[in-house]
Design a protein around this ligand. Structure first.
Ligand code: NA7
Length: 538
């Protein structure tokens, strides 16, 4: 279709969890003509791109899946508590096959721009394959963490070894055997990759800018009786995660940690530590996210664990987090992460004590005035989170206004779903929605269903455009910021706060609803029930 534009009811950008379900909902439920554009060569999104060693999900598999295909919920058997990337990709391929999704997805095609034609009330979409399409609705299903952050390290072009970013890891893998390897970064990705790479490499050097609080994943086979019981109660499970705070079967301990005795506190901490996963982060005492004093008690417990696990005192102190409250950065789940630093072939270079990375050289990395030599450098430096992938779409709304311009000082949305001045454009788990502060499939399904209902309502009522009002957007932006300011989150230089990338305006990127994802769902439904309050329909 090079040259002429094909017309669709909706164009969806991205074929990960969200794009796949959006296609299913619009095409098979509403009967619309839909085109999905996907830059990768197949479905999967995050699970297509992130192929580094140790890449696996951090949510329990029984709730990290689609809940709209009830038969599949019962039929699919996950091999582990946290499945690895290839297994999740296999699952998504299976869903695509089962629902015949691929016939409406154009792979190996990146959307390079879209503009709203005000006269025709249509989006005009362009791609890197010179394809043109028009659509009444434009839906970004681009993922929250898909725009790779590759910091502009001086000298990177000189390096004579191999290097890659974890989210663009070669499909053929990298053989680290007998190699001197560097990993840059110690976020959730690096925490998964480091123990795996250390097992293969001759020598591994880890470059840490900020020490993280890691808690054990406790991955493994799921007890078959438990798996059966969950399947038998899937309706209950789905209801609970939808109404929960974070999209998991977790609830806070309804008490202040400061009111608990030392024995009681340690018993609870041990219980959560032993349970593994996000329990310590998302099911801790209710004041952990709000009170520094309460938070310190939780943080101290993890610091004690680090000091107990890491044998070398100096290394242990480098790994002990400083300067940010516990839980205010994305919780990495670890499998032998701290133990890895007890190995003779592993070295930790910490920016504060050893000096930051100064440049990449022909032979390796210079940090703190010292030269380190490598055959391979793995950058686990994260993403331009949430706003990055949307700005990259090069969108032009009403009056020629660019999305990058509208968001120059940080994201501005209504409900994290719509943007004033960008009619008929929706974001699935976009900025200022719970997104990355929830179990993603739960939030994805909520947005997809809300958007599909909205499109259905529009069509039934003969309306052609829906657009967030400026006033509703202003109020939402203020509310997102007020909500987060009641917590300790702003005290960390996290990617949640846009602080991982030099020059990115500091703004809280997701949304923390005071009532959790359950409350957010209710809020969105009430707005729809009131005839899409805060939106202008015409
Ligand atoms: P993260 O969590 O952003 O981690 C990136 C890491 O790279 C982190 O340790 C950063 O240090 C470090 N980093 C980033 N830029 C630099 C520069 N310029 N120099 C040195 N070190 C740097 O990304 P992940 O991929 O680990 O995790 C992202 C999400 O993917 C994760 O939360 C899951 O949801 C899946 P910093 O902490 O910013 O000081």
């Amino acid at each position: 279709m090079v040259g002429t534009a094909e017309n669709f009811d909706a164009v969806v950008i991205g074929a990960g969890f969200s794009g796949m379900y959006m296609l299913k909902a619009l095409r098979d439920k509403l009967g619309l003509k839909v085109r999905v554009y996907e830059a990768g060569e197949t479905v999967g999104g995050t699970w297509y791109w992130n192929r580094y060693p140790g890449a696996r999900c951090d949510s329990d598999s029984y709730i990290y899946c689609f809940t709209w295909d009830k038969q599949l919920l019962h039929d699919w058997e996950w091999s582990e508590r946290y499945p690895e990337q290839p297994e999740i990709l296999r699952y998504l391929e299976h869903v695509a096959e089962r629902h015949d999704l691929k016939r409406d997805i154009q792979f190996n095609t990146r959307v390079t721009g879209a503009e709203f034609d005000e006269d025709k009330a249509l989006w005009k979409v362009r791609t890197d394959t010179a394809e043109k399409a028009t659509a009444r609705y434009l839906i970004a299903a681009v993922g929250s963490l898909s725009d790779t952050n590759m910091p502009p390290f001086k000298g990177i072009e000189k390096f004579q070894g191999k290097w890659c970013h974890t989210s663009r890891f070669p499909h053929t893998g990298i053989d680290f055997t007998a190699k001197r390897v560097a990993v840059v970064g110690t976020g959730a990705t690096a925490v998964q990759a480091i123990p795996e790479i250390a097992q293969q490499a001759k020598h591994l050097t880890v470059f840490q800018r900020t020490a993280n609080y890691c808690v054990p994943a406790r991955n493994g086979k799921v007890d078959p009786d438990l798996a059966r019981a969950r399947k038998a109660d899937y309706d209950g499970v789905v209801k609970r995660i939808r109404e929960s705070f974070f999209g998991f079967e977790y609830n806070f301990i309804p008490k202040s940690v400061l009111e608990a005795t030392t024995e009681e506190r340690d018993r609870e901490f041990d219980r959560m530590w032993d349970a593994g996963g996000f329990a310590f982060w998302l099911a801790n005492y209710q004041d952990m996210f709000f009170s520094q004093e309460a938070n310190d008690l939780c943080a101290d417990y993890i610091k004690r664990k680090i000091r107990k696990t890491v044998k070398d005192r100096v290394v242990a102190e480098k790994l002990v987090p400083k300067g940010h409250p516990y839980g205010t950065k994305r919780q990495p789940l670890d499998t032998n992460y701290y133990e890895t630093f007890n190995k003779d072939n592993v070295l930790l270079v910490d920016a504060s004590t050893d000096g930051p990375i100064e440049e990449i050289t022909e032979k390796g990395i210079r940090a703190g005035g010292k030269q380190y030599e490598f055959d391979i450098i793995v950058f686990a430096t994260g993403f331009d989170a949430l706003t990055g992938p949307l700005k990259a779409l090069n969108l032009t709304g009403r009056g020629g206004r660019k999305l990058e311009k509208a968001w120059a000082a940080g994201p501005r949305t209504y409900l994290g779903i719509a943007v004033a001045g960008f009619p008929n454009f929706f974001t699935i788990t976009g900025p200022q929605s719970p997104s990355v502060l929830s179990n993603m499939p739960v939030s994805i399904e909520q947005h997809v269903e809300w958007i599909a209902d909205c499109v259905d309502t529009m069509r039934r009522s003969g309306k052609t455009t829906i657009e967030a009002t400026r006033q509703a957007e202003d109020q939402w932006v203020a509310h997102v910021n007020e909500s987060v300011n009641t917590t300790l989150m702003p005290r960390a230089n996290s990617w949640y706060m846009s602080a991982n990338i030099a020059g990115k305006p500091r703004a809280f990127l997701p949304y923390l609803d005071p009532e959790g994802v359950g409350g957010y769902r209710k809020r969105c439904d009430e707005i729809a029930a009131k005839g899409y309050e805060g939106f202008a329909l015409s």
